[in-house]
Design a binder for this molecule. Structure first.
Ligand code: ADP
Length: 413
């Protein structure tokens, strides 16, 4: 039997998200989430997609090992157990791969050691990713496990973009540079955009705007990233749901000296209590739009600051690329919030950028153009699919080319 399935695991500090995909047609066989791991009120939600109702468990789940074992039981109940010969690999999202992981990588002890060595630059993410990997390896030691790094797509950035202008020795000693994140999404979306334009990825220059709760922009020249807005950590760049994005670094020591805040307090302020939520108390763009419609001034200002920053990055990356074939919006806000797309592109006609109001207001799960036919530069919406990208990269690494079929084994989300 040919193994055609990949289990994708995204392990957070207190959660595990998973999807089981069949590579023959990129369909999902099951998806699910375990959250609040380590708390009393843990929850597992499992959705089989070949038939059957979603199932939920509400009980304490002590750690990642217990969580993954519970997931394995759920999958087995649908005939999709982890012991199935049809499982080709487990693909893990790993947030920080530093400078050296430029490609998806089969995990061995050396890879684990390197991901561990990167913990100081990714203290929130890499430990959780490692726990997920170690647990999955213990469950299926014989199966290839692949790490797909959020940073990998950005390792092609030239040093002129990736280095900060700080003392070189200090930067090198502490591995301080711009790494960028959301790379799996930027890679997938820039490739899909080339397809949408009917061109090869090597022939197009694209500005990708990944606007989820976290948000980042990237400049992609001929399929390779040349600049991105997130930096040493995912805090830099655009205004996000709860993160400030760019601030004058002096704000930090000012708060420590004059505001008597500790480094940890400033960290929490900028990562968790800033961005949209800090500006207006809400981080959901739907709620912000609703409040704006009711005349709420704080929501209006938060929206305007968000859009202003976005527009600055579009202009900056236009200049970095020199020639732009498409500006593309993706992730929760980018795919759904037509007013954000309209406002970010407004006034950029001289750059060849225009949004067609009618096309922009169409709701769809498909990649689509929202610029008028005559526009010099395409503006597009391309739904991202990080899990599919992780599954495809993992499969290609351990098995080679994706098997083609006309069968449709599973369900499409
Ligand atoms: P994450 O970074 O958590 O993966 P997502 O890409 O799922 O985030 O984006 C989540 C965000 O998308 C929400 O916080 C909300 O602001 C926004 N969003 C989702 N649906 C809509 C919608 N229909 N209209 C406007 N914004 C939306």
């Amino acid at each position: 039997m040919t193994a055609t399935r990949v289990l994708v695991l995204n392990s957070g500090s207190s959660s595990v998200k998973y999807q089981l995909l069949d590579m023959r047609d990129s369909s999902r066989l099951a998806v699910g989430l375990v959250e609040r791991i380590g708390e009393e009120a843990s929850r597992l939600k499992h959705t089989p997609l070949l038939g059957g109702e979603p199932r939920e468990q509400n009980r304490p789940i002590a750690d990642h090992e217990e969580a993954l074992k519970a997931v394995a039981v759920e999958l087995a109940q649908d005939g999709l157990g982890l012991d199935s010969p049809e499982l080709a690999a487990i693909g893990h999202r790993v947030v920080h791969g530093g400078k050296f992981f430029t490609q998806p990588t089969v995990i061995d002890d050396a890879v684990l050691a390197e991901v561990e060595r990167l913990i100081p630059v990714a203290p929130l993410h890499n430990p959780a990713n490692l726990t997920g990997i170690r647990t999955a390896m213990a469950l299926r030691p014989d199966l290839p496990q692949v790490a797909v790094f959020d940073t990998a797509f950005h390792t092609t950035m030239p040093e002129s973009a990736s280095r900060y202008a700080i003392d070189v020795r200090t930067a090198d000693e502490h591995r301080i540079q711009r790494y960028g994140f959301h790379g799996t999404s930027h890679a997938y979306v820039s490739r899909k955009t080339a397809e949408l334009l009917g061109k090869e990825a090597e022939d197009v220059n694209v500005i990708v705007l990944h606007l989820g709760n976290g948000a980042s922009a990237s400049a992609v020249r001929g399929g390779r990233c040349v600049d991105t807005s997130m930096g040493l950590t995912p805090l830099e760049g655009l205004v996000m749901g709860t993160r400030s994005g760019d601030v004058d670094p002096a704000v930090i020591f000012h708060l420590m000296r004059v505001g008597s805040m500790s480094a940890d307090e400033v960290d929490v302020l900028l990562n968790k209590k800033s961005g949209l939520i800090g500006l207006c108390g809400d981080n959901d763009m739907r709620e912000i739009r609703r409040r704006i419609d009711e005349g709420d001034q704080a929501a209006r200002l938060a929206f305007d600051i968000y859009v202003h920053r976005l527009k600055k990055y579009i202009g900056a990356y236009y200049a970095v690329l020199g020639r732009v074939d498409a500006v593309v919006f993706t992730a929760g806000v980018g795919e759904n919030a037509a007013p954000v797309r309209e406002a970010a592109i407004a006034g950029l006609e001289e750059l060849g950028l225009t949004v067609d109001g009618g096309l922009n207001s169409v709701r769809s799960d498909e990649p689509r153009l929202i610029s008028p036919e005559y526009a010099r530069v395409a503006v597009a919406v391309v739904p991202t699919d990080e899990e599919l990208e992780i599954a495809q990269q993992s499969y290609a690494l351990v098995r080679g080319p994706i098997p083609a079929t006309t069968e449709r084994p599973g369900a499409h989300l």
